[in-house]
Every structure is written in C-alpha cells, then in structure tokens.
Design a protein around this ligand. Structure first.
Ligand code: E4P
Length: 217
C-alpha cells in the first residue's frame, strides 16, 4: 500500500520524505491556506521533494472553471494530480481532464455510489474521507470495504486513496482491506512508528551492550 502525506507544510514533508517511505502527497485548500507563499510555488517544491503524485485541488465549482484551474494545476509539474470535488460538475471535469491524460483525484467522497461515479468518470484516485464519517457516528472503514469490493468486481483502475485518516488503525485497516493508498497527516505517520516495547527493548539492548564493554575495558 502506498503512503501519502496529507499536508501542505514544506518542512514536515521534507522531514518525512527523508525517511524514504513516502510515495506522494495530498493537499486541499484548507491545508494550503495555512502555508506562507504562493501556493503554486509550494506545490512545485513539494513535487521536487517527493517525486511522486501530488494532489492540488481546484476551488472553482463550475465545469469551465474546474477545467481551467485543472489545466493550471497540471502545468505546475508532471507529478501533479488535479483534485476535484465529488459534485456533478466535478465528475464532468474528471471525465474531461482524464480524457486529456491528466490524472484526477476525486475528493470529498462519502458513499459507495459516489465512488462508482468517480470510477466511471476515469478518476485515477477516489478519496473517501473515513475520519469525517467516523465523526458523524458512521463507520468510515465500512465504506472502504464497500468501495474495494465494488472496484474489484469490475476491475476499475481507479485507486482507492483513504483520506481523513486520524490514527494508525485507519492505516492498518486500509492495508488489510487492500486499499491502494492511505494519506495521513504528519502526526499520524509519526504515531505509526511508536510502540513502547520498541523503546524499552532498545534501551535494554544498549544498556547490556554498554555494561559488557565496561567489563572488557
Ligand atoms: C484528503 O485528501 C484530505 O486532504 C484530507 O484527508 C482531509 O482530512 P481531514 O478530514 O482530517 O481534514
């Protein structure tokens, strides 16, 4: 399963990319709005750091506006993926941009029916938001199961990109279900490293080693 960073913060992306385990980045207007500088320059820099798919979202809500912004986003760098919302206009824009060979990530997906529409429109990625579903007492991971099953039934090429991940369990469950990608805020990727037995075990190994060296000295 691919692991993407869900952030527009250059420093965080640089730090995590240096680990060598990051496959791509997703951004959204809320994330980019928090960062200083021009968003196009920031997206370009992110592409140079990660050298994998980087999603940049349109803010237009009409078909023509989405197409125009989609072309602008795609021109930033060859790694750019155009993100469009799962609306009627967004699905039309997805079909048109995908037809031109531009990769599209359809975002704000909250149902299997919506995911089916995105696949039919040729989306490269569908982004179901599991955390926001959990927030309203609906099982976010249940939606991932449904989408993976549906896409497998028809061999759709659209990749299931699990979004709005709030903790490592979302990532582990995504991998168990065969989702293609999980995109996580930097804090969730950090949490994935943590296990108290790793820290305790390492501390003991190092202490034992130090003791043995002291005896030999
Ligand atoms: C995905 O592409 C979105 O940027 C993101 O995962 C939204 O997550 P949130 O619900 O934590 O804002």
């Amino acid at each position: 399963m691919k692991l993407f960073i869900d952030s527009g913060n250059i420093k965080d992306i640089e730090t995590l990319a240096a680990l060598g385990i990051i496959d791509g980045v997703t951004t959204n207007p809320s994330l980019l709005a928090k960062e200083p500088g021009d968003y196009r320059d920031n997206l370009k820099r992110i592409c140079q750091i990660v050298k994998g798919p980087v999603s940049g979202e349109v803010t237009a809500t009409d078909f023509a506006g989405m197409l125009q912004q989609g072309h602008d986003v795609a021109k930033i760098d060859a790694h750019m993926v155009v993100k469009v919302p799962l609306t009627r206009e967004g699905i039309k824009a997805c079909k048109a941009l995908s037809g031109e060979g531009i990769r599209v990530n359809v975002t704000l997906c909250f149902s299997a029916a919506q995911a089916l529409l995105a696949a039919k429109a040729g989306a490269s990625y569908i982004s179901p938001f599991v955390g926001r579903l959990d927030d309203i007492a609906t099982n976010g991971m249940g939606l991932i199961r449904e989408i993976v099953d549906i896409y497998d039934n028809y061999d759709f090429k659209t990749e299931v990109l699990v979004a709005s991940c709030r903790h490592p369990i979302h990532v582990v469950e995504s991998a168990r279900m065969g989702a293609d990608v999980a995109t996580c805020p930097p804090a969730v990727i950090d949490q994935m490293f943590n296990h108290p037995l790793t820290n305790i075990g390492l501390e003991k190994f190092l202490k034992d080693w130090e003791k043995s060296q002291a005896v030999k000295a």
